[in-house]
Design a protein around this ligand. Structure first.
Ligand SMILES: Nc1ncnc2c1ncn2[C@@H]1O[C@H](COP(=O)(O)OP(=O)(O)OP(=O)(O)O)[C@@H](O)[C@H]1O
Ligand SMILES: [Mg+2]
Length: 305
C-alpha cells in the first residue's frame, strides 16, 4: 500500500503504530477525565443520546504552541456539526487527532462509547494498543481538502483498496460496494478513470466514496471544497448533503462556507485559539452571535464576500 502524504485520506493511511498520546496518563488525569465525563453529562449542550464522539479535556501542543486547549465536545449519533473559525485556530488539528493522525498531549477521545486513545486494562486506562486503535479507527472516515487519491489507481481501484486490505473484504464484494458508492456520488460511468482523467469535483467525490467504502459511522470533512471552483463545489456539497440525509452518519465538517454550514449543520461550533468560543444551532448562531470574537469573525466573512 502506498502512502501519498501525511495528509492522506481515510482509515487506511494512519500507521497502526501511530502514538496516541505523547505521555502516559497519570492517576490524577484519569480522575479529572472521569469527572469531566460526568460534568459533560450534566450540561445542557450535551447530546440527548450517548455521544458518538466525545472529546474530554483534549489538549494538543506543538512545542510551546497550544493548538487545542482542554477541549470538551460531544457529538450525538447522526449529528452534523460545522466547525468554523479563523485560520490557525485548531480546526484541522481537531479532525487530525480524532483520526489519530496526530497524538494528543493530554485528555481523551471516545468514539461510539469506546476510548479511542486509551483502553481499559486491569481497571486502569492505558494508552491504546495498535489493535484497539485500528478497531476504533475503522469507525471513522476522513476526506481532506486535497484529494490524495492514489494516482496510479482508477476510481474503482482507489475505492476497493482499503476494504480489501484493511477490512479483509473479498475482492468481488469490495468491487460491488465500490460500484454502489461511486454511483451514489454520481460517478457510475467513471469507475475506470484515473484521477488525472477526472475533474477536481469528481476526484473529491471519489475520495468521499473511498472513505465511505470502510462503512464508517463518523465522517470528517476538512475544507473539502476549498480547492474547487463554485460549480464543482456545489456538486460536492450536494453529495455531502445527500449522504447526510440518506445515511445514518455523524459528520464533523470544517468549512469556510457559511451558507452550507447554515443549511446543512445541526450545530455550528466557532473555534478561536484552540477553544470553542461559541456554539449553537445555525439559525441562532448566525443571526445573533453572542460572543464578540464570533461577531468580529462573521463580520469579516461578510465583508470578504
Ligand atoms: N505539525 C505541526 N507542527 C507545528 N505546528 C503545527 C503543526 N500542525 C499545525 N500546527 C500549528 O497549529 C495551529 C493550528 O493549525 P490547524 O491546521 O489546526 O489550523 P486551522 O484552524 O485548520 O487553520 P486553517 O483554517 O488555516 O486551515 C497553527 O498555528 C499551525 O501552524
Ligand atoms: Mg485547516
Amino acid at each position: 500500500m502506498m502512502k501519498t502524504s501525511s495528509d492522506a485520506p481515510t482509515n487506511l493511511t494512519a500507521s497502526p503504530a501511530t502514538p496516541v498520546m505523547e505521555q502516559p496518563m497519570k492517576r490524577d488525569d484519569e480522575r479529572t477525565l472521569a469527572q469531566r465525563g460526568e460534568d459533560a453529562a450534566q450540561t445542557p449542550q450535551r447530546a440527548q443520546a450517548a455521544p458518538m464522539v466525545r472529546f474530554l479535556g483534549v489538549t494538543k501542543r506543538y512545542g510551546a504552541l497550544t493548538v487545542l486547549d482542554e477541549l470538551d465536545l460531544d457529538v450525538a449519533p447522526n449529528e452534523k456539526v460545522a466547525i468554523i473559525g479563523p485560520s490557525g485556530s485548531g480546526k484541522s488539528t481537531l479532525l487530525r487527532v480524532l483520526m489519530t493522525l496526530d497524538p494528543l498531549t493530554s485528555g481523551m477521545i471516545e468514539v461510539d462509547g469506546e476510548p479511542l486513545t486509551h483502553m481499559r486494562s486491569g481497571g486502569k486506562l492505558v494508552p491504546a494498543s495498535p489493535r484497539h486503535l485500528r478497531a476504533v479507527r475503522s469507525k471513522i472516515g476522513m476526506v481532506f481538502q486535497s484529494f490524495n487519491l492514489f494516482p496510479h489507481m482508477t476510481a474503482l481501484q482507489n475505492t476497493i483498496e482499503a476494504p480489501i486490505h484493511s477490512l479483509g473484504l473479498a475482492r468481488n464484494e469490495a468491487v460491488e460496494r465500490a460500484r454502489e458508492l461511486l454511483s451514489l456520488v454520481g460517478l457510475a460511468d467513471k469507475c475506470n478513470h484515473y484521477p488525472s482523467q477526472l475533474s477536481g469535483g469528481q476526484q473529491q467525490r471519489v475520495a468521499i466514496a473511498r472513505a465511505l467504502a470502510m462503512r464508517p459511522k463518523v465522517m470528517l470533512f476538512d475544507e473539502v471544497t476549498s480547492a474547487l471552483d463554485p460549480e464543482l463545489c456545489g456538486e460536492v456539497l450536494n453529495v455531502i448533503r445527500r449522504l447526510g440525509e440518506e445515511h445514518n452518519l455523524t459528520m464533523l465538517m470544517v468549512t469556510h462556507q457559511m451558507g452550507f454550514a447554515k443549511d446543512f449543520a445541526d450545530r455550528v461550533c466557532f473555534f478561536s485559539q484552540g477553544k470553542i468560543v461559541e456554539q449553537g444551532p445555525p439559525r441562532e448562531f448566525f443571526s445573533a452571535p453572542k460572543h464578540e470574537r464570533t461577531q468580529q469573525f462573521l463580520r469579516a466573512v461578510r465583508e470578504a464576500l
